[in-house]
Design a protein around this ligand. Structure first.
Ligand code: PMV
Length: 293
């Protein structure tokens, strides 16, 4: 196989609108691709062999791609440039792995089908998450919002809401595996929370189909209360959720695994989104993004 002088791959990030944690127990989740927030990986010839590192999903993804292509020459190096903050529930590990696998295939001059890409990225995601639902990888691969359940898989969903989502970073690393474990440790006690979260995601889908933004906001805020009750939020996320509501958001919640990471707030207009973003920045958000729904 003739290797190129450089391989480049890109991927976008994602955000979970509803259903995190409950999705692990078979309830639905709704996630959106964030097409404007990207990561780029570049693969270049290097001076020494790229060592395997099971702790590192990026290196694991590169080796998974090289193994698949049966490339023996592993004297290579990589660069990552990312607009996706690391470990904030925005699919950074999945997005980085996707970009890296695409870059390896480009480096090797090989075409890459989406299904294979998904298999390879899920191999790397198992390193980052131990037991990923697959939602991150799939949403980072998708051009449209997706509903996912473990039993039924994925289906695209139309949002078409004239609304905006403000995403605000607490500045703290999210701790997805720890949070998933924390819920698991609660055994049956977690069940009523998970069930209600599942019910709220179903409700969110109904109100989205009616374009009822007020109810969607309420459902999001209720989901936050349940996630906090499960112990997977954190004081910083709770403070940003309260600040968003105080500034007039229709609803707000933590997003992703939690114990850090980001919150999301629903707003009816760009002006409201900008105002709420500003308020969240004043209340300590490290960074904010506005996404049209
Ligand atoms: O922290 P994130 O954005 O990778 O999301 C994790 C979502 C969970 O439901 C908590 C776990 C999973 O695998 O779906």
């Amino acid at each position: 196989m003739k290797l190129k002088k450089e391989g480049v791959g890109k991927a976008h990030s994602k955000i979970i609108l509803m259903g995190e944690h409950a999705v692990v127990y078979g309830y639905p989740a709704l996630a959106l691709p964030l097409k404007g927030i990207e990561v780029t990986c570049q693969i270049l010839p290097g001076q020494k062999e790229l060592e395997r590192d099971k702790q590192d999903p990026l290196v694991t993804a590169i080796h998974a791609a090289l193994d698949h292509l049966a490339v023996t020459d592993r004297q290579l190096t990589y660069t990552i440039s990312s607009q996706v903050p690391e470990r904030r529930g925005m699919g950074s590990s999945a997005a980085v792995s996707l970009a890296a696998i695409r870059a390896v295939f480009d480096y090797c001059g090989q075409a890459l089908a989406d299904q294979l890409l998904e298999e390879l990225v899920n191999q790397a995601e198992r390193v980052a998450h131990t037991n990923p639902s697959g939602l991150d990888a799939k949403t980072c691969l998708s051009d449209s919002p997706l509903v996912y359940t473990r039993t039924e898989g994925f289906r695209p969903v139309k949002l078409d809401l004239s609304a905006y989502l403000v995403i605000a970073d607490t500045g703290l690393h999210g701790q997805t595996s720890e949070a998933v474990q924390k819920v698991k440790n609660q055994g049956n006690q977690a069940q009523p929370y998970l069930e209600q979260l599942g019910h709220l995601t179903d409700q969110a889908l109904v109100v989205i189909s009616r374009q009822d933004l007020t109810s969607l906001g309420q459902v999001m805020t209720q989901a936050h209360g349940l996630l906090d009750g499960l112990g997977v939020s954190c004081p910083e996320a709770n403070a940003l959720v309260a600040a968003a509501l105080e500034a007039g958001a229709l609803g707000a919640k933590m997003t992703g695994g939690g114990l850090g990471g980001c919150i999301i707030a629903l707003t009816p207009s760009r002006e409201a989104a900008e105002r709420i973003s500003q308020h969240l920045a004043e209340k300590g958000a490290r960074e904010t993004w506005i996404e049209s729904l």
